[in-house]
Design a protein around this ligand. Structure first.
Ligand code: URA
Length: 414
């Protein structure tokens, strides 16, 4: 006889703050994955969790239920260290695009499963898809073959791999239910545990452009994720990184790929490079100097080109991405007064990029790869009246007008 399950009652109980039993959470996720719990019901459940939170036992049950919604990577007995990183989400955070090929040059395997844009933050999958032809929907068999051959794969959740997160992630993005510690923990850790990792580094962001607004909240989130990872035998390290200003100088899908390529060519912004090196060091156990030498030798860019080729793209097009995704309006924004940049609010910049079309307001929305910002000025820089503070890439003059207003509001001069 099948067990009685009534989604509306379970949602109401969570809404009232009741602790939900692990078995019920598993049945909820099973039924959601198979389509027997509707998107509306799951969104309501997510909102109840957002307001009521979850106990450690509920969070663990949700993570395992989401992990078990699909298959896991199974590696041969003898294999190099299996490693990965994941960020809790930020503005201009393109670390994964550089770190994955870098780590693959270090005798490790990196089966990187990422997500799309979430809330005001960008997503690795959307950025990768701005490379014409790039496919992120791989089967586990295809991913395994690629790992064996080139030590790295960059893919998304699929019907086969973390299907519960694939569905819930898309719902949370458009229902205001992202900034919840248990939901973020289950989303990230279900993907990372399904990768059967030996080592994981988590980049936990805090500040206006992150889901955790304070360092204290970020510590709670980090602890929740570490607890789940350690229980499953994964060596987990964490970094707490401020997301008060955008990372690097670019925000927006193709603009971030272009900036990542600059790093792989040996240039690019220092704050971005620093995060890539410190996170790669934690999982490869190779010194930052040696990692930097690998980037400077050109082998990391070569590995990235190999990934692009293997996953359906044309590496020759990587160097003309700006022409392939050119926004209708590219506007320079110049400072109206002199001063030193004391803040460039990442939350406002992220919201503005979303409104330009870099993110979604419905799960089915496409993203606009071309829009966003580049040449964003950094904190601490001294400027004169008339100096460039950013370039806006927009599809209309009116969209550029609104973005310009938002940028001016985000920038604080001292
Ligand atoms: N990254 C994820 O994969 N999930 C979240 O909920 C937040 C960041």
């Amino acid at each position: 006889m099948s067990e009685f399950f009534h989604a509306p009652s379970l949602i109401s109980r969570k809404r009232e703050g009741e602790e939900i039993d692990g078995g019920e959470i598993r049945r909820l996720i099973e039924r959601f994955t198979s389509g027997n719990v509707t998107d509306a019901q799951m969104s309501a459940f997510a909102m109840a969790v957002y307001f009521r939170g979850m106990t450690a036992a509920e969070t663990a049950a949700l993570t395992y239920a989401m992990l078990e919604s699909g298959e896991r990577f199974v590696f041969p007995g003898e294999h190099p260290p299996i490693v990965d990183k994941h960020s809790t989400g930020g503005i201009g955070d393109k670390v994964s695009l550089i770190l994955a090929p870098l780590v693959a040059c270090c005798d490790c395997w990196i089966p990187m499963v990422s997500g799309r844009g979430l809330g005001i933050t960008g997503g690795t999958l959307d950025k990768l898809e701005s490379i014409p032809g790039f496919r992120v929907n791989l089967t586990i068999e295809q991913a395994m073959r690629q790992l064996e051959q080139i030590q790295v794969v960059m893919m998304g959740q699929t019907e086969q791999f973390c299907p519960a997160d694939k569905k819930l992630y898309a719902l949370r993005d458009v229902t205001g239910t992202v900034p919840s510690i248990p939901l973020i923990t289950a989303s990230i850790m279900s993907k990372k545990l399904a990768e059967s990792l030996d080592r994981l580094v988590l980049d936990v962001k805090y500040g206006s452009g992150a889901f955790m607004k304070t360092r204290e909240q970020a510590i709670v989130l980090a602890d929740a994720m570490v607890a789940v990872g350690v229980e499953m035998g994964v060596e987990v390290s964490t970094e707490l990184n401020s997301m008060q200003e955008p990372l690097g100088h670019a925000v927006g899908n193709v603009l971030e790929v272009i900036e990542s390529i600059k790093i792989m060519q040996g240039g690019g912004p220092k704050d971005l490079l620093a995060l890539v090196l410190s996170q790669a060091e934690k999982i490869t156990k190779i010194s930052q100097n040696q990692l930097l030498a690998k980037i400077q030798s050109g082998q990391v860019l070569e590995k990235f080109e190999t990934i692009v080729l293997r996953q359906g793209g044309d590496p020759r097009k990587l160097f003309s991405l700006a022409d392939q995704h050119r926004a209708a309006v590219i506007r320079e924004v110049r400072s109206e007064s002199p001063g030193t940049v004391t803040a460039f609010d990442a939350g406002i910049v992220g919201q503005s990029a979303l409104e330009l079309g870099a993110g979604r307001s419905r799960a089915s929305d496409p993203v606009d790869f071309a829009v966003g910002f580049d040449r964003l000025i950094k904190k601490g820089v001294c400027i004169e009246r008339g100096d460039l503070i950013a370039r806006i890439h927009a599809q209309s003059e009116s969209a550029a007008d609104r973005a310009e207003q938002q940028l001016r509001q985000a920038l604080v001069l001292g």
